[in-house]
Design a protein around this ligand. Structure first.
Ligand SMILES: Nc1ncnc2c1ncn2[C@@H]1O[C@H](COP(=O)(O)OP(=O)(O)OP(=O)(O)O)[C@@H](O)[C@H]1O
Ligand SMILES: Cc1ncc(CO)c(N)n1
Length: 268
């Protein structure tokens, strides 16, 4: 039996709720062997990001090369990449290996306002990384920044998704966590049609790392051979359970519950 393998290229969150740590927990819970390339170390807990130490860009490239040349990668996701040089090195490695199951989570700003991507690196993301993406998963502010349009209505979201796809991403999900209303809509655009994936908006402050967990779950699905829509649907179910079965950890915005999805499935 061959074991599905997924790689996360992202920043470390010492608090364990987002970044590399959230990604590896998600891979594990979805029965995928997880590997990592760390781009930066954040000093972080549920109260926020205290400091960021980016690693030299070559460190990202070397980690990717080490795992790619030995273990192999069925799918990967990118998260916090911090600067343009890291983006370029990561994109170069993805191109060299010719990986196609690429999920780009264009992480820009943490919930408390800390910069996880320097503003001058947004152009590098559009130019070098989006063309390699099978799917890109911006939240609403990230979609505004990538598309250049202000998003108020569902129609604006559709227009933003089309513009982001124009950079070369095969499909786009604009996540609805930052929207309004009782229902959350994650809008999937596959290059020709739109699918709205919904769920009940849960009233909670414990949503640290939701975006990381969601994109990692998509990568896990792709690693197991799922099609894009199926992987996005399962990722939504995973994050919905992880937010609903809250852990109430920390004094600020706590992490989500990575055990919840498997535990629910085992119960039924
Ligand atoms: N309160 C909520 N209730 C239900 N689902 C939610 C809630 N908040 C976020 N989600 C879901 O979590 C996923 C991530 O969405 P969100 O827009 O919060 O991403 P993000 O802003 O990138 O997250 P992060 O906090 O990691 O930066 C989406 O699938 C979204 O629908
Ligand atoms: C390392 C890291 N990546 C991503 C996010 C966004 O949730 C975060 N807070 N920290």
């Amino acid at each position: 039996m061959s074991i599905p393998k997924a790689l996360t290229i992202a920043g470390s969150d010492s608090g364990g709720g987002a970044g590399i740590q959230a990604d590896l927990k998600t891979f594990q819970e979805l029965d995928v062997f997880g590997m990592s390339a760390i781009t930066a170390i954040t000093i972080q807990n549920t109260l926020g990001v205290e400091n960021v130490y980016p690693l030299p860009p070559e460190a990202s490239a070397e980690q990717i090369r080490a795992v790619g040349s030995d273990l192999g990668v069925d799918a990967l996701k990118t998260g916090m990449l911090f600067n343009a040089e890291i983006i370029k090195q990561v994109a170069e490695q993805i191109s060299i290996f010719g990986w196609k199951n690429v999920v780009v989570d264009p992480v820009m700003i943490a919930k408390g306002g800390a910069e996880l991507l320097l503003p001058e690196a947004i152009q590098a993301m559009k130019e070098h990384l989006l063309p390699l993406a099978l799917i890109v998963t911006p939240n609403i502010p990230e979609a505004e920044s990538l598309s250049g349009i202000t998003i108020r209505t569902l129609e604006d979201r559709r227009e933003a998704a089309k513009r982001i796809a124009n950079y070369g991403a095969r499909s786009v999900v604009i996540k609805g966590g930052h929207g309004q209303g009782e229902q959350i809509i994650d809008l999937l655009y596959d290059g020709s049609s739109f699918t709205s994936l919904g769920g009940r908006r849960i009233e909670t402050k414990h949503t640290h790392g939701t975006g990381c967990t969601f994109s990692a779950a998509i990568a896990a699905g792709l690693a197991k051979g799922q099609l894009i829509e199926q992987a996005v649907e399962e990722a939504r179910a995973f994050i919905q359970a992880a937010i609903e079965d809250t852990l109430e950890l920390g004094q600020g915005h706590g992490p989500t519950n990575h055990w919840a999805y498997r535990r629910r499935k085992e119960r039924f």
